[in-house]
Design a protein around this ligand. Structure first.
Ligand code: MF3
Ligand code: CO
Length: 248
């Protein structure tokens, strides 16, 4: 069953999302070449602590960190590491969640560390654009895969491919709740959207083929062809007239 939140719950989700959006903005400011992904994690932990919130990722299925930091060919679930150095020209996805008064929001940004090649810039921009096109469809009366279809349209236009092994999902009292949905699909299909459904819409886009493989750590997905991948995610509330992005 797809949860429909009460207006009171939406107020708490907005608070949660505001904190998360702010932490990701601050992350954009401090991230730079020469840092390790563990440096980024440690900064994020401090920002969470300062705001008295927790990450829902830490300990989730034994995941060992508060954030996922995926660089270049890493698609999702990069585990912060003291050995992984961020270099000029890299693209770095930072995926983070916040728990505030029991309510979870989930968001990801892919940051470009100057100066990246043209294809990487196009990949990152297309992924973001696809998210916004999809999120606009999160309106009561539309169908779930209308969101997926819009994401697919933008990515196809750009000649990139959508990851199939990971999905977008409902979010709220738990990190992953129904519905689980692919980031591509047929318009007019899937469950009908209702006001106050809360969705983490998260296209993961590869420059080359869509296939991924999992690294020996059991978590980190990388592209099979070694080409780069970008990720953009926000928590979105389905509205009557328009969708509301609560983690920007
Ligand atoms: N945003 C990711 C997701 O929805 C983060 C999960 S990482 C995990 O799957 F460690 F918590 F699994
Ligand atoms: Co998510």
């Amino acid at each position: 069953m797809i949860q429909i939140k009460t207006d009171k719950e939406i107020i708490l989700m907005r608070e949660s999302g505001k904190i998360l959006g702010e932490i990701l903005s601050l992350t954009k400011e401090f991230i730079e070449s020469g840092m390790t992904t563990m440096d980024v994690e440690m900064n994020i932990r401090r920002l969470l602590r300062d705001r008295r919130v927790k990450s829902p990722f830490l300990g989730y299925k034994n995941y060992p960190a508060a954030s996922c930091i995926s660089v270049n060919e890493e698609v999702v679930h990069g585990i912060p590491s003291k050995e992984k150095i961020i270099n000029a020209g890299d693209i770095v996805s930072v995926d983070l969640g916040v728990i505030y008064k029991g309510y979870i929001t989930d968001a990801t940004r892919t940051f470009i560390v100057p100066v990246a090649d043209e294809e990487s810039v196009k990949l990152v921009n297309a992924t973001k654009e696809a998210f916004f096109a999809g999120a606009e469809m999160a309106v009561e009366g539309n169908h779930l895969y209308d969101i997926s279809n819009e994401i697919e349209r933008v990515i196809k236009n750009n000649g990139f491919s959508l990851v199939r092994e990971f999905v977008s999902h409902g979010v709220g009292r738990v990190l992953h709740e129904e519905p689980f949905f692919l980031n591509f699909g047929k318009k007019g299909t899937g469950p009908e959207l209702k006001k106050n459904m809360t969705l983490a819409i998260e296209p993961m886009v590869n420059a080359g083929i869509y296939n991924v493989k999992i690294k020996e750590n059991g978590w980190t997905a990388v592209t099979s062809d070694g080409r780069r991948s970008a990720h953009y995610e926000n928590t979105v509330v389905v509205g009557i007239e328009k969708s509301e992005i609560i983690t920007e």
